[in-house]
Design a protein around this ligand. Sequence first.
Ligand SMILES: C[C@@](CO)(OP(=O)(O)O)[C@H](O)COP(=O)(O)OP(=O)(O)OC[C@H]1O[C@@H](n2ccc(N)nc2=O)[C@H](O)[C@@H]1O
Ligand SMILES: Nc1ncnc2c1ncn2[C@@H]1O[C@H](COP(=O)(O)OP(=O)(O)O)[C@@H](O)[C@H]1O
Length: 283
Amino acid sequence: MTTATLSLPAPAKLNLFLHITSRRDDGYHNLQTLFQFLDHGDTLHFRLRSDGQIRLLTDLPGVAADDNLIIRAAQMLKQASGTPLGADIQLDKTLPMGGGIGGGSSDAATTLLGLNTLWKTDLNLDQLAELGIRLGADVPVFVRGHAAWAEGVGEQLTPVELDEPWFLVVAPDCQVSTAEIFSDERLTRNTSPITLAAFVAGGGRNDCLPVVTTRYPEIRNTLILLNKYCEAKMTGTGSCLFGAFPNEREADKVRARLPATLRSFVARGCNVSPLHRELQKQA
Ligand SMILES: C[C@@](CO)(OP(=O)(O)O)[C@H](O)COP(=O)(O)OP(=O)(O)OC[C@H]1O[C@@H](n2ccc(N)nc2=O)[C@H](O)[C@@H]1O
Ligand SMILES: Nc1ncnc2c1ncn2[C@@H]1O[C@H](COP(=O)(O)OP(=O)(O)O)[C@@H](O)[C@H]1O
């Protein structure tokens, strides 16, 4: 029997550190980062269509349907596989946008894996990751689904096993455009490459932080606030900030002390993406 519907998570990610090591000739930046997933994110619902149409039934404010990474991912897979099938897609959006927690990229990866299952198009993870990188530098790690040490523009991935602490994630009320931060002349772009062992021993920083906090006073102020309770870090190019805690209770305690107007959530760090766990459960 053909499965006609599928609901799947699109989890958030954190960059536990982010070093920029050089700028390439095409303007993109080589970086080093460590990606870990969170057990918190959007949910996508797919319904098979036999007429070949791909429709997104949920409006995302400020994003035209044709620009939505969900539609772009679906069309890309349809073209690459040659399937005559289509889909209706609904999105339950819970992740803040432009927050550096990868919501759009994760929605795209969930669409690639979800429709690959629903359409029975049978592309393997290498092929899906190759499609994904054309949509965004962060899409391949969500496609592969394992916490990873990343180099290049984020597509050279080495799976890693990390501690899985609880994180308090705070989202200052602003969206940061990744392109805007990478084009700021003040950005540090020459950090010496390090090894995973050096990061584990000595930690790392986020090279985007000085530029982001200069451009966005609300992020700087939230960082100062969060630093009163934990070692606060920024993920990606912001805006989200996070701190790690040994258990959920400690994270909740700090969350309770933050102003109610500040958007935040507590989630567990995961080395295996909740998307892949769900797909395995359904297999
Ligand atoms: C730097 C990271 C860390 O996770 O930032 P966040 O977006 O998560 O905050 C990501 O790799 C971002 O990935 P993603 O958000 O998919 O970026 P893309 O759409 O590919 O790129 C947006 C723009 O950012 C710049 N860009 C992006 C990635 C990179 N390694 N070098 C760049 O210079 C380019 O100008 C590009 O046009
Ligand atoms: N499905 C989607 N979800 C979120 N953003 C999307 C989506 N499709 C396209 N976008 C665009 O991508 C931008 C970056 O989105 P997002 O992935 O949430 O942030 P970040 O790259 O900072 O983690 C958004 O501001 C929006 O314009």
